[in-house]
Design a protein around this ligand. Structure first.
Ligand code: HSE
Length: 427
């Protein structure tokens, strides 16, 4: 019986768990695949680091030489980042190896090109681990829902920011304080930029949108706003109206059927929305489809072992395909839908204003909304020690109209301050 040879690129948090679980479940994996699977080499940047459970004799620093061997069946890429990961994957594919990757940034930027290379070489390219850690999400979109028509994908796809927002919500702390706690506990990296500025979630949103709508979306087409501007006042304002703030990735098919919008930004959602109860570093994604209705996928979205679970699932499939002399479904893009800008997205907005408490203020604020064609859904006024505040939640309008309304309201002489302004997603 032939043995399937696997090379592992990168042996950090995820790579270590992949190697460990491969060894741990060797017999089961062999039975499931129908042939033994052998890890034949591990390429790392620094060979002198201790990696418990990883066979030391397999570790080396020459990744290019490892993928160039020519006898590798599957290359598992767990390095991350665009380069050298991209070059190594291209080289592996060119030599006829299938590739399993956890690299959302690379797939979101170059997925089309890499899929084309894999198709031409007759190999598999799988990346379930790139979105949502352990949560089976890409395979359901690509395969289980292939007979349906997905209309919307809405979710929490970044655990670091969900942890920080959750902390801010439960403690009333400001962003900087919650970020420090997240860093101390290992939830945020030393440089948290990719997570807190929303770029990690944007790459995942691009991948989800591409699979959901069978079109190509790259990360640079995703509107992105991170959580660094979210304040304790925003959280308090959300609480006061029975909501919570979450960083959402939202991919929607346009009503015309010819366009999509893809965005990542903080939003208030009602406490009874199922995403409101997603706590800590967990991820959850809703998929809405014509026939299926509303599906929810939930689980650990990061971490070594959960991410390794998805990598190993892909590895088993890639190995089975090698044995059968076939490949699984490749990129499912068959048309190019127009990716529309944020200004055209239809959403609602919550506005918490500090106002003078005198005749005509309400009328002045209401006039601005009317002038911009934005309808008010609810309006609440309350008096506190700091003065009078007006809380307005709008009906749905284009993001451009909402932004212009907020700017005009903020410019009114009797509006002293905008305490909080945030988009609202109620469905
Ligand atoms: N940094 C990501 C997160 C995990 O915080 O969710 C890897 O995708």
């Amino acid at each position: 019986m032939r043995t399937l040879k696997v090379a592992l690129l990168g042996c950090g948090v995820v790579g270590t768990e992949v190697a460990r679980h491969l060894a741990l479940h060797q017999d089961d994996l062999t039975a499931r695949i129908g042939a033994p699977v052998e890890l034949v080499g591990i390429a790392v940047r620094r060979a002198d680091r201790l990696r418990p459970g990883v066979p030391e004799e397999l570790v080396g620093t020459d990744a290019a030489a490892l993928v160039a061997r020519g006898d590798i069946d599957v290359v598992v890429e767990a390095i991350g980042g665009i380069e050298p990961a991209g070059e190594l994957i291209r080289s592996a594919i060119a030599r006829g190896a299938s590739v399993v990757s956890a690299n959302k940034a690379l797939i979101a930027a170059q997925g089309g090109e890499l899929h084309r290379a894999a198709r031409e070489a007759g190999t598999d390219l799988f990346y379930e681990a790139a979105v949502g850690g352990a949560i089976p999400l890409l395979r359901p979109l690509r395969e289980s829902l292939a007979g349906d028509r997905v209309t919307r994908v809405l979710g929490i796809v970044n655990g670091t920011t969900n942890f920080i927002l959750d902390k801010m919500d439960s403690t009333g702390e400001e962003y900087e304080v919650a970020l420090k706690e997240a860093t101390a506990l290992g939830y945020a990296e030393a440089d948290p930029t990719a997570d807190v500025e929303g770029h990690d979630a944007a790459a995942k949103a691009a991948i989800l949108a591409g699979l959901a709508f069978n079109t190509r979306v790259t990360a640079d087409q995703v509107f992105v706003q991170g959580i660094t501007g979210v304040t304790a006042a925003d959280m308090a304002s959300a609480r006061a109206m029975g909501s919570v703030v979450k960083l959402l990735a939202i991919c929607e098919r346009g009503a015309d059927g010819e366009s999509v919008t893809v965005r990542v930004h903080p939003a208030m959602i009602p406490l009874d929305h199922p995403l409101a109860s997603v706590r800590g570093a967990y991820n959850a994604v809703f998929v809405e489809a014509d026939a299926a209705g509303r599906l929810m996928f939930y689980g650990p979205g990061a971490g070594g072992a959960p991410t390794a679970s998805s990598v190993l699932g892909d590895l088993v499939t890639a190995c089975r395909n090698r044995l059968a002399g076939t490949t699984g479904p490749g990129e499912t893009v068959y048309r190019q839908l127009d990716v529309r800008p944020m200004s055209e997205v239809v959403t609602s907005c919550h506005l918490d204003l500090d106002v003078e408490d005198e005749p005509g203020v309400l009328a002045a604020v209401a006039t601005v909304f009317a002038e911009h064609g934005v309808s008010v859904d609810t309006l609440r006024q309350h008096h506190g020690p700091a003065g009078t505040s007006l809380v307005v939640v709008t009906h749905r309008a284009t993001d451009a109209a909402l932004a212009a309304t907020v700017e005009a309201v903020a410019g009114l002489s009797r509006v002293r301050a905008v305490n909080s302004m945030m988009r609202v997603e109620s469905r």
